[in-house]
Ligand binder design. Structure first.
Ligand code: SF4
Length: 263
């Protein structure tokens, strides 16, 4: 965008609220460009919060509450978080249905079940050897805590997250999904959909930023609110699957008015 003979970034990503905050623009430029490296002060955090909440509110109005995560118990959510790696949810649902039918959606029963039996049951989720190993690693971690999920839920967040990340095969996205959806802890889950959507909305640095940098941005921009993080991640996933696909369906998109990448 060219104004006064000088080139300025396009702030349309911030929507009407951002446009009303022109006095913040120079600082905001730095924060949006380097948001993953710097912590915004109170006023800037307010602007960023409005911008990110505006996206959230538009998604919520378009798709409604998602009521995530699909799972009857925290343990089912934990198993689902491992099985969903690199596969569609419908395949995970089939694998979970198989485990449930065999009464194996219980930590001790699953840990001690015959490996080939478990692998056969989780086959619909793909990569069954890898996922079996990851499930067992996680179960051994839980076993080390007495299989007491309630006790785990009460651990300090940093301690619990560090413990999960030490489990072989559990990366930040899986650990944070477990923290948020199984243990109801206020952690923002970042995935490829988050990066793609916000890249298109003008936060281009997210494409190359680390997981922790992107997560820090959202957790500094948004209030620490488990329900908000729960709904926000779910809505981002749904929007990417439904509309902002690899080849986006911009016509009729609920974010069209504030999206610099609209076609
Ligand atoms: S306008 Fe297009 S690119 Fe932008 S968020 Fe919507 S679908 Fe994605």
């Amino acid at each position: 965008m060219v104004e006064d003979g000088k080139e300025h970034p396009d702030y349309s990503v911030l929507g009407e609220h951002g446009r009303r905050c022109k006095s913040f623009v120079p600082q905001l430029t730095r924060v949006l460009a380097m948001g993953h490296r710097s912590s915004p002060n109170g006023r800037l955090r307010g602007v960023l919060r409005s911008a990110v909440l505006e996206v959230h509110d538009l998604l919520l109005a378009a798709y409604g509450p998602q009521n995530w995560w699909p799972g009857d118990t925290p343990f089912e959510v934990i198993v689902g978080a491992v099985l969903t790696q690199n596969t569609a949810w419908r395949n995970v649902a089939q694998a979970i249905g198989n485990l449930k039918r065999e009464n194996l959606l219980e930590p001790k029963a699953l840990l001690h079940a015959e490996p080939d039996r478990v692998k056969a049951l989780i086959t619909p989720a793909g990569y069954y050897n890898v996922k079996y190993d990851r499930l067992m690693n996680l179960l051994r971690f839980l076993d080390g805590q007495g299989m007491d999920l309630e006790k785990l839920r009460r651990l300090p967040l940093d301690e619990l997250r560090a413990g999960l990340l030490e489990v072989k095969g559990v990366g930040p996205e899986t650990a944070d999904s477990i923290l948020l959806y199984a243990f109801q802890r206020p952690v923002f889950v970042v995935d490829a959909y988050t990066r793609r959507l916000f890249f298109r909305l003008g936060y281009e640095w997210m494409e190359r930023a680390s997981y922790d940098e992107v997560q820090r941005f959202f957790m500094e921009a948004l209030p620490r609110d488990t329900s908000l993080y729960n709904e926000s991640h779910a809505l981002i996933v749904v929007h990417n699957k439904d509309t902002c696909k690899k080849k986006p369906l911009c016509e009729g998109c609920c974010l069209w008015s504030l999206c610099p990448a609209r076609r």
